[in-house]
Structure formats: structure tokens, C-alpha cells
Ligand binder design. Structure first.
Ligand code: ZN
Length: 300
């Protein structure tokens, strides 16, 4: 047993000596070829060769992984395209069904998608019986075709600004969507805030926004006239009275452009000089409030 151990020991010693000599030889050859394991000063490190993506080389596999988002790896011109792709894949408003009566809904949905970011997909349905309304449970906005009939019944079929009232109503419902999806701060009644949102977004971003909001105000005024005596339900409703919505919406239009909309004061519209006096200030306050709150979600 002992002899065998000695033999093994010698063999091990001999092998270690052979390995040691071999290592010395390798180090000598390595020194001759310029290779060294000592860290090199940064300026002596050769530039990393540019290799097309997917081309496998030992050089690349030995390099530490770099984040794909490194600015130097992307052509500058591809960045806007990447953002466009992000916008395209993000949730938006989808129009599921529409009928011949609300042919303007597609362009109105397009307007809203061009303006706002949503956290979840919002589906607009028009082949429905009830509404206009927003259902937070399903993230659906119901814009029934019968709403066009109601508008026509107030204005008369030939005169009815159906598209304008639809757009104002749709943006009002978007106000409820934004409160639901983003848990926005609510400092007064949500219905009043949604009316204010519709005023601001349409007056600031829509083509002929003043006309659109004015027609929505006229709709409130006509509804107030035809509803007759004010009932108990009008007072416990979540909405302000139609006549209040009429004057407040009128005030927003006037306040956005007092000179251009001067006819709204003491004319057929009947905005009182006392209210009109503060409308510019009132409009600027709701404008600043909504645009500040919406800043992270506005696309333009
Ligand atoms: Zn509402």
C-alpha cells in the first residue's frame, strides 16, 4: 500500500512539474505575441468591430451585452417611426358598429384618437337602445342612433346640427372615461367637469369648435324648453339643470373669444352681462385645469 502511494506521489509530482514547464512556455509565447491578461489602458483597447446583427463571431459573443436601446445603435431617423408604432399599438377608441344615421362617428372617433391616449380600449357602440352613456364595467360608450332623432325633434330635421351635438356628447362621455381610467382628481360634480372638458377640447382642438360647442349649448336650451315644469328628479339628478348647462356652455364659448362671440351677450342667446363679465376668466380657469391634468395623456 505504502509503495503504491509513493509511486503515485512521484507521478503526481512529475506531472505537476511537466504542467509547470508547459505553463512557463505558454506565458513566454504569449508575451512574444503581445497578449497579456493585465488590464489595458482604455485608449489602447481597439475599437469594437461593427458587425451586422445576426452575424455570429467569437468577438461578439465575448463582448458584454449592451442594451438594444443604446442611442448609438439606432439611426436617428428610426425614432419617430418607433414612437408611431408605440402609438399604433397602444389602447385607443374603437368604433364597433354604426348605422347610416351616425355616419360622422368614424371621423369623430378618429379626432379623439388623434388627441388622447387611453389606458384601456374604449368601444363606441351605436346599435344600442340606451344612452348616450359610458359603462365603466365594459369600457363602452353607447351612442344610440335614436339620439339623432331626439336632436332632430328639437331643431327640426333640416336644421339639426346632429354631428355637432354628437361630437360634444361623445367628448363629454370621454370625460367619464378619463376619470375612470386615470383616476383623475375630482373637485366638483363629474357631470359638470365632463361638460367643461367637452368645451375645452372642442374649443381648443376641433375645427369650428365654437360652432360645435354653441350648438351643444342650444341643444341644452331646447331640452330645457321642451321639458316643461322642473321636476323633483331634475334636482336630484347628477347633472346640472339643462338651463344651467345652456348658460354655462354659452359662457365657455363667449369666454374663449369675447370679441368674436360678443353677440352671445344680450342677443337671441341671452347671456347676461353679469355672467359674461367673468366668462373669460372662467373659461381660462377650466382650460388651464383640464390641459394641466390631461398633459400626460394629450397627443398634441
Ligand atoms: Zn355625463
Amino acid at each position: 500500500m505504502t509503495a503504491m502511494v509513493d509511486v503515485e506521489h512521484r507521478r503526481s509530482f512529475t506531472r505537476r512539474r511537466q504542467v509547470g514547464l508547459l505553463l512557463l512556455l505558454v506565458q513566454f509565447l504569449a508575451a512574444c505575441s503581445g497578449y497579456s491578461k493585465r488590464p489595458q489602458p482604455a485608449e489602447t483597447v481597439p475599437p469594437r468591430p461593427v458587425v451586422a446583427a445576426g452575424e455570429a463571431t467569437d468577438e461578439i459573443t465575448e463582448q458584454p451585452a449592451e442594451p438594444l436601446t443604446a442611442a448609438s445603435d439606432r439611426p436617428v431617423s428610426s425614432l419617430p417611426e418607433a414612437r408611431r408604432m408605440d402609438e399604433a399599438s397602444s389602447p385607443g377608441m374603437v368604433l364597433k358598429t354604426f348605422n347610416s344615421q351616425d355616419r360622422y362617428l368614424p371621423s369623430q372617433v378618429e379626432f379623439i384618437n388623434g388627441l388622447l391616449r387611453f389606458a384601456q380600449t374604449v368601444t363606441v357602440l351605436s346599435e344600442v337602445e340606451d344612452g348616450p352613456l359610458f359603462d365603466p364595467g365594459t369600457q363602452e360608450i353607447w351612442m344610440p342612433g335614436s339620439f339623432a332623432d331626439v336632436i332632430e325633434s328639437h331643431f327640426g330635421e333640416a336644421e339639426a346640427p346632429v354631428a355637432d351635438v354628437y361630437l360634444h356628447t361623445l367628448v363629454h362621455e370621454v370625460g367619464h372615461v378619463l376619470y375612470d381610467q386615470y383616476d383623475l382628481p375630482l373637485l366638483a360634480r363629474e357631470e359638470d367637469a365632463a361638460d367643461a372638458l367637452a368645451s375645452v377640447l372642442l374649443l381648443e382642438y376641433a375645427q369650428d369648435g365654437a360652432r360645435v360647442v354653441l350648438n351643444a349649448a342650444r341643444m341644452f336650451g331646447l331640452e330645457s324648453e321642451t321639458s316643461g315644469q322642473v321636476a323633483e328628479a331634475d334636482f336630484w339628478s347628477e347633472h346640472s339643470l339643462d338651463i344651467q348647462r345652456y348658460y354655462t356652455t354659452l359662457c365657455h364659448v363667449y369666454g374663449s373669444d369675447p370679441e368674436g362671440q360678443a353677440r352671445l351677450v344680450n342677443d337671441d342667446y341671452g347671456l347676461s352681462p353679469e355672467r359674461a363679465e367673468n366668462c373669460e376668466y372662467e373659461y381660462q380657469r377650466i382650460r388651464r385645469a383640464w390641459l394641466t391634468v390631461l398633459a400626460p395623456y394629450l397627443k398634441r
